[in-house]
Design a binder for this molecule. Sequence first.
Ligand code: SAH
Length: 341
Amino acid sequence: MRNLFDLIKRRIETTGPISVADYMDLCLGHPQYGYYMSRDPFGEKGDFTTAPEISQMFGEMIGLWSADMWMKLGSPASFTFAECGPGRGTLMKDMLRACRIVPGFAAAAEIHLIETSPLLIEKQRQNLVGYNVTWNASIDALPEDKPLILIGNEFLDALPVHQAVMTGSGWRERRIGLRDDELIFGLGNTLLGDDMPDAPENEIYEYSPFQDAIWTNICDRIRQQRGAALVIDYGFTADATGDTLQAVKDHEYVSVFQSPGECDLTTHVNFARLQRLAHDLNIHGPVTQEIFLKDLGIELRAEKLITANPQMREKITSELQRLTARDQMGELFKVMHVSNL
Ligand code: SAH
């Protein structure tokens, strides 16, 4: 299918080269041809596997973290329990199941999912039968009159990011144009000004007003409504330059220009920037996913599951490894939460 390629080509021919952010936005979110709009990308048969799809233990641990935050808030009778970019709804389902042991939590939780893909909303609906769920296209629609506990796993990495390239005369935006009917990277004419780091020539720097705006909105809500927000993503913990834009198809890295709209496109999240934007809140982490899950007791949970299902020992042990081992998801994935508790 060349539909999205043709659309991007027409756009470039009409209005000139596009930014990397526009490219990501079109590839992931175009209402008709966007990656998330047209497929369920998760699991072995899909393009990539996320932590909630590896094991129920992941959602159970995050559920217990949420219940702990709710109790620290004073167990309010009503609060917004929100998840951004919930994929198949597996994480929310596992969190809610784990929280059944916490009296009052389920009755207090008003469940909100923030999702743009109609196809994934349908999957979430099927996965969460029996729960009262509200779907929102953006966090702007979340209630403003009650505390908020918000989760986002591999959500920020899917939001559009701009890239700049250091040239002899300063930073210029990296743009995507056409040559011989192929997409290629080029440079914008305008020099980019404030808020840019120093770097050697040809270095790439990524920034995302879109990510910043969403995260700032979340932090403002935590300040005003009280609550906590937890984000889990691959990323770096100190400011860094470098090109982290990547495309994945069938569990393999491919060129970011391969089959637009048919490959997942992501960048690494800059947690130092998230920390700065959250400045006056209580900031925990980022810590590695290994440390976060082990602190919450995932090893104990795995042992309990094995005792109850001895025939599953190998499977459960290997899932635990995938989530926590440093050469798997344990180190690359970082967890950070902010609160005003
Ligand atoms: N959290 C899930 C899925 C991660 S993939 C998991 O761990 O399995 C990214 C998710 O974010 C998808 O559900 C995708 O449709 C959603 N998404 C992408 N851009 C979005 C946006 N701008 N607003 C809301 N959801 C978005």
